[in-house]
Design a protein around this ligand. Structure first.
Ligand SMILES: NC(=O)C1=CN([C@@H]2O[C@H](COP(=O)(O)OP(=O)(O)OC[C@H]3O[C@@H](n4cnc5c(N)ncnc54)[C@H](O)[C@@H]3O)[C@@H](O)[C@H]2O)C=CC1
Ligand SMILES: NCC(=O)COP(=O)(O)O
Length: 336
């Protein structure tokens, strides 16, 4: 069995802490072996300052499974990381990006089974010249760079009771309507249906498609995108045999009874998708990227700078992300 590759995320946030805590919880949660792409000196210092007794060892990915029971394996980054909890440092951008790239490379080279990313703050990366809105888009870029084949990454938030998929992802609200096209809705739904079938083992995924406007447009009186873009996309998907339905008024599609009627909800913008799923299960939900030639999961939360290095960060979502990555890798035919 291959280990999972974990990227350290923003060193100023809670990423390092929840990874250390996940390792300490490895037996209780029966976690599969993983290794961290990080700076060993930084990780040791953070563990000490948090009072967490985590032995670490510099390890090649190939050796990570062997020592996982006794220490946290770390595959060292070329870039050093600066320790300044709660304050994003642009100087750390190179190491943060290297960790993600190396985790992807290890996975594509079959040195690891899947990528699990700790949260990154976007702004310090942008300030350092990073051109991608977030992991999701960067992972799509890496996939294309490595394979030479087109890849369309699709974000899905997967919780115990609800899965949601934003069709537009890191898009300012003001430009959502002009970004939303029939093609984008269809492409996102096709990838979601395929990956829910092939990766999650759902034979005939039911996709509930949200409208964009109040009351899904109220027959065109409260906005035209629902009738002009979303409804024709749903008809095309249905004609292909995909069990898609809507456009549904978004305010009434997430309550407990409504959730029984679908396997995933396609939402038209970031907060339409992320507010319901984080409200229902903030600690257990996992961010999964669909549409890639490798598996990637992440906690649903961000860097939580307000509590960085205070010792109170919960590792539940990171633990759920590790467990889901292993499950998806197992579903991928046992190759990994
Ligand atoms: N996958 C990723 O890389 C993600 C990164 N982010 C980034 O994180 C940064 C901060 O984002 P926010 O909107 O403030 O969201 P956040 O999730 O970092 O924090 C929101 C609130 O939840 C609390 N919280 C979050 N995770 C927690 C945990 N594990 N245990 C206990 N409390 C927790 C925080 O203390 C804060 O009060 C942004 O720069 C954003 O870009 C946000 C979401 C995902
Ligand atoms: N709010 C979700 C989020 O920002 C995560 O994005 P990504 O970095 O996983 O693309």
């Amino acid at each position: 069995m291959l280990p999972l590759a974990l990227s350290i995320g923003d060193p100023s946030g809670i990423g390092p802490e929840i990874i250390l805590k996940a390792w300490l919880e490895r037996r209780r949660h029966e976690l599969p072996p993983f290794y961290l792409l990080g700076d060993p000196a930084f990780v040791s210092a953070r563990a000490r300052s948090l009072g967490l007794d985590v032995p670490i060892a510099e390890t090649e990915p190939e050796q990570a499974v062997v020592g996982f029971a006794t220490h946290l394996p770390i595959s060292p980054l070329d870039n050093r990381l600066t320790d300044n909890p709660g304050h994003a440092e642009t100087v750390n951008a190179a190491g943060v990006i290297e960790a993600v790239s190396r985790a992807v490379d290890d996975t594509m080279q079959m040195r690891s089974a899947a990528v699990v990313t700790a949260p990154i703050a976007k702004k310090p990366l942008y300030d350092a010249g990073f051109r991608y809105p977030g992991h999701t888009e960067f992972l799509g870029h890496l996939a294309v760079e490595i394979t030479g084949a087109p890849a369309k990454p699709v974000m899905m938030l997967a919780g115990p009771e609800l899965r949601t998929i934003p069709v537009t992802v890191h898009e300012p609200l003001a430009t959502v309507p002009s970004t939303l096209t029939r093609e984008l809705v269809e492409e996102t739904a096709r990838i979601a249906a395929r990956d829910l079938r092939e990766r999650f083992g759902i034979a005939a995924p039911r996709l509930a498609i949200a409208g964009l406007n109040p009351h899904a447009g109220e027959g065109g009186a409260m906005g035209t995108e629902d009738n002009d873009i979303i409804a024709p996309a749903i008809q095309a998907l249905q004609a292909e045999g995909i069990d898609a339905f809507g456009p549904l008024p978004a305010d009434t599609m997430f309550h407990a009874r409504a959730r029984q009627g679908y396997d995933a909800a396609l939402c038209m913008y970031h907060d339409q998708a992320l507010i319901p799923v984080k409200t229902v299960a903030f600690d257990e939900t996992v961010n999964v990227t669909l549409g890639l030639p490798f598996i990637r999961t992440s906690p649903d939360h961000g860097t939580a700078f307000d509590i960085a290095s205070k010792g109170i960060a919960r590792a539940d979502s990171m633990i759920a992300a590790i467990r889901l990555a292993r499950e998806l890798a197992n579903n991928a035919g046992g190759v990994r």
